[in-house]
Design a protein around this ligand. Structure first.
Ligand SMILES: [Fe+2]
Ligand SMILES: [Fe+2]
Length: 265
């Protein structure tokens, strides 16, 4: 058995980040919660990779992660920063040296990627800590974060390729909340006289700093009521009902809709 075994590797995945994310949500920091979740998913991937290495070496008992201590979000960020810094400056360099010395190329590759990803994690937490009082900055900078599915790097812009492991940018996992809700300035059941018109105005409640893309309108029956590209709803000369849909597309491609039913009399 190599010296890379439970207690030396990190296949338990470190602290449970979910509780830090929940705390951040409760304290009104949804973008920090997002960063904790993305980073936590990266740690989970590291743990899977390292557990696979251990199993290939004959391990059967998986190490268990310690129960985390949850403080304030500022304290959790500080602890996370210190933990990541320890991992990329001490822990993984040690693992890597041992794996290289023992000719364990798979383990060495995994440790090297994880070490570099932990460095990025630490930098992210340091940035968030330094700007904890600047909600406008945090909401803009961390509106969307991306996680490399291979090495666990977490970044705020989708790269062409992962600078750490070379994975394609398209494969990065997005974490974001683009649009929370869309409503219209008309009742769910709106009655219009024939030929009457109504200007529809959507209210879009965006997610954390993410802006919206195109807004489109459609009618289920143009003869009953039609709606122009800019939201002018006009009843026809035929009585009946039509469903009017306002669709808002986020810049990330997801679509949220508001509908009303128009009853033309
Ligand atoms: Fe990390
Ligand atoms: Fe990567």
């Amino acid at each position: 058995m190599s010296s890379c075994q439970p207690g030396l590797c990190d296949p338990a995945g470190g602290p449970a980040w979910a509780s830090d994310a929940e705390k951040a949500e409760a304290e009104g920091y949804p973008v920090i919660a997002r960063l904790f979740r993305a980073t936590g998913d990266a740690e989970a991937k590291h743990a899977e990779d390292e557990w696979a290495v251990l199993q290939s070496m004959g391990a059967t008992a998986r190490p268990v992660a310690e129960t985390p201590t949850v403080g304030t979000t500022a304290q959790n960020l500080q602890a996370a920063f210190e933990g990541e810094t320890y991992e990329y400056t001490v822990m993984y360099p040690g693992f890597l040296a041992t794996a290289q010395a023992e000719g364990m190329t798979d383990a060495a590759r995994i440790f090297n990627l994880a070490m570099r990803a932990e460095n990025v994690h630490a930098d992210n937490y340091a940035d968030v800590l330094a700007n904890l009082g600047d909600a406008a900055y945090l909401n803009a900078a961390y509106a969307v974060v991306y996680r490399c599915p291979v090495c666990g790097e977490v970044v705020t812009g989708r790269p062409g390729r992962c600078p750490i492991c070379g994975a394609s940018g398209e494969s990065f996992v997005m974490y974001y909340t683009p649009i929370r809700k869309v409503t219209l300035n008309a009742s769910a059941l709106t009655t219009l006289a024939k030929k009457a018109a109504l200007r529809l105005i959507p209210t879009v409640i965006p997610g954390d700093g993410a802006v919206t893309g195109p807004i489109t309108y459609s009618s289920s029956n143009d003869k009953i009521a039609k709606v122009s590209a800019d939201g002018l709803l006009t009843a026809g000369t035929t009585a009946g009902t039509a469903v009017i849909t306002c669709a808002v597309t986020s810049i990330y491609g997801t679509v949220l809709k508001a509908t009303i039913t128009v009853n033309v009399k």
